[in-house]
Design a protein around this ligand. Structure first.
Ligand code: BG6
Ligand code: MG
Length: 213
């Protein structure tokens, strides 16, 4: 029986993927190569530095570590410019009411994200008090598809992994949930999230039957 639901942030609670894309593209433009939305798909769920490595491989560039740090800082400054303007209107449809439904049914909730900017986003969208636990990129050492982020969330909720259900939009995140011994509902396309137990398009029609396994 599912006693806890763990939500990824980017692409599940909010659509910040487009802000990540705009900031990475600005970096690629400055470095002088083309970075497409298709390239950006590979960055979903992946940590900031791993994302930079993928971006640099697209451009065929091999800068030293200090340069890479500078690039990551620059990209994050641009990303912060976008997320600092976020409002509660940007919460994806149905998410808030589903979180409230889970709470009223006694199901615990957590956020499990690779992002180091999670608290900034939660504060801007007004969801900083809704989760029983928040595990962000500052608390984990191993990025998805390693299950560390979700195992930490389960431990915070004082639940066993098999009592937890993860909502994820990224292939790496679905793999992390499975490796952690948790059920996983993919949010997005069934053709992409093939390993998920179930796939939903979004939370507009989410109900408690959906989390029965
Ligand atoms: C993930 C996103 O949630 O967080 C990735 O899907 C992003 O695209 C990663 O790179 C790290 O985010 P941040 O905010 O710490 O740069
Ligand atoms: Mg995501």
């Amino acid at each position: 029986m599912i006693k806890g639901c763990i939500f990824d942030l980017d692409g599940v609670v909010v659509d910040t993927a487009r802000y990540h894309f705009l900031a990475w593209k600005r970096l690629a433009d400055q470095l002088g190569f083309i970075f497409t939305e298709e390239d950006n798909e590979r960055l979903k769920g992946v940590s900031r530095m791993a994302s930079l490595e993928i971006l640099l491989s697209v451009g065929g560039m091999h800068p030293d570590n200090q340069k890479k740090q500078e690039m990551a800082i620059l990209k994050n400054q641009w990303y912060l410019e976008y997320i600092d303007k976020m409002t509660p209107d940007e919460i994806l449809p149905g998410v808030t009411s589903f979180l409230e439904l889970l709470k009223s049914a006694g199901i615990k909730t957590a956020l499990g994200t690779a992002s180091k900017n999670a608290w900034t986003i939660l504060n801007h969208i007004g969801l900083s008090n809704i989760f029983d636990s928040v595990v962000d990129g500052n608390r984990v050492t191993n990025a998805k598809p390693d299950p560390e982020v979700f195992l930490l969330a389960a431990a915070d909720l004082k639940l066993n992994p098999d009592e937890c259900l993860v909502f994820e939009d990224a292939v790496a995140g679905v793999e992390a949930a499975i490796k952690g011994g948790m059920k996983c509902i993919g949010v997005g396309s069934p053709e992409v999230l093939i390993k998920a137990d179930r796939v939903i398009a979004g939370f507009s029609h989410a109900d408690l039957d959906m989390i029965e396994f």
